[in-house]
Design a protein around this ligand. Structure first.
Ligand SMILES: Nc1ncnc2c1ncn2[C@@H]1O[C@H](COP(=O)(O)OP(=O)(O)O)[C@@H](O)[C@H]1O
Ligand SMILES: [Mg+2]
Length: 251
């Protein structure tokens, strides 16, 4: 079953000016349920613009986006977030620094801004969240009442991931979500990501600048180049790819 269908997607920045730039050029992409896609490509290739257009942060100039069988092309981010979650590069983006770990989780699950943050104090809820936090292996279960701004970047990004997946999204979008972390933490968060995707069977598009991660993780690899999809391989074909072949495709 398909979760996402992108048809003839185009995005032009500064149209009609000297700076006119065609950043997405007729992108066609189908994402099937259970796909874990690594998205790679040079800086400025259009990867983030593609994700932003899917998420609704940007509206496409032409083309169609179907999410969970709904045409969302003209819909808001809020509407699309019924089926979709995101984690960004900046660990601060996915969490509210002044709220505690627990409050962030409650907020993520509630999907509304008008929640009473006190209700979580029911014992069962606390234990349930504690169990979830344990799965991250970052010791976060011991910091339930700590404001998130005091956590490390890695802890915060792991929490962002948990929050993004609490509502069991049909589609998870990750935009270089480990790029701001030190190499060791980046690998830890990548491992957590993979475990979470496998455990929850999350359909995922993950932009990464690390070719080794793109090769190691996911069942599918998409390369974006100059606003077009240059390469789209899956399964055994992806397994057989190596860094040298990928580098060659970058030319
Ligand atoms: N909001 C925007 N307004 C104008 N230009 C943009 C905007 N977002 C991205 N661009 C431009 O579009 C091109 C592709 O950017 P981006 O999608 O961020 O690339 P990538 O994520 O692959 O590095 C770049 O030249 C960038 O400067
Ligand atoms: Mg980008």
């Amino acid at each position: 079953m398909k979760v996402l269908q992108v048809k003839h997607l185009q995005k032009v920045f500064f149209p009609g000016t000297d700076n006119e730039r065609h950043v997405l050029k007729n992108i066609n992409l189908q994402v099937d349920e259970g796909d874990f896609i690594s998205v790679i490509g040079n800086n400025g290739a259009g990867k983030s613009t593609l994700l932003n257009t899917i998420a609704g942060t940007l509206h496409a100039d032409a083309g169609e986006i179907d999410l969970a069988s709904h045409n969302v092309s003209k819909k808001s981010i809020a509407y699309r977030s019924r089926w979709m979650s995101r984690v960004f590069q900046d660990p601060k983006m996915g969490t509210a620094g002044d709220l505690t770990v627990m409050q962030n989780l409650v907020l993520a699950q509630s999907h509304t801004n008008t929640i009473n943050l006190k209700w979580y104090q029911r014992k069962g809820d606390v234990e349930e969240y504690q169990e979830l936090l344990k799965t991250l292996n970052m010791g976060l279960e011991n910091f339930m009442d700590t404001q998130v701004k005091y956590l490390s970047g890695g802890q915060r990004q792991a929490l962002s991931l948990l929050m993004a997946t609490l509502s069991k999204p049909k589609l998870l979008l990750l935009d270089e979500h480990t790029a701001a972390l030190d190499p060791k933490t980046s690998q830890e968060v990548m491992k957590i990501t993979n475990e979470m995707v496998q455990r929850e069977h999350l359909t995922t598009m993950m932009i990464t600048h690390k070719m080794s991660d793109a090769l190691k993780y996911g069942n599918r690899l998409v390369m974006v180049q100059d606003g077009q999809i240059k390469l789209d391989v899956r399964g055994a074909e992806k397994e057989s790819l190596d860094t040298a072949q990928l580098l060659q495709a970058f030319e």
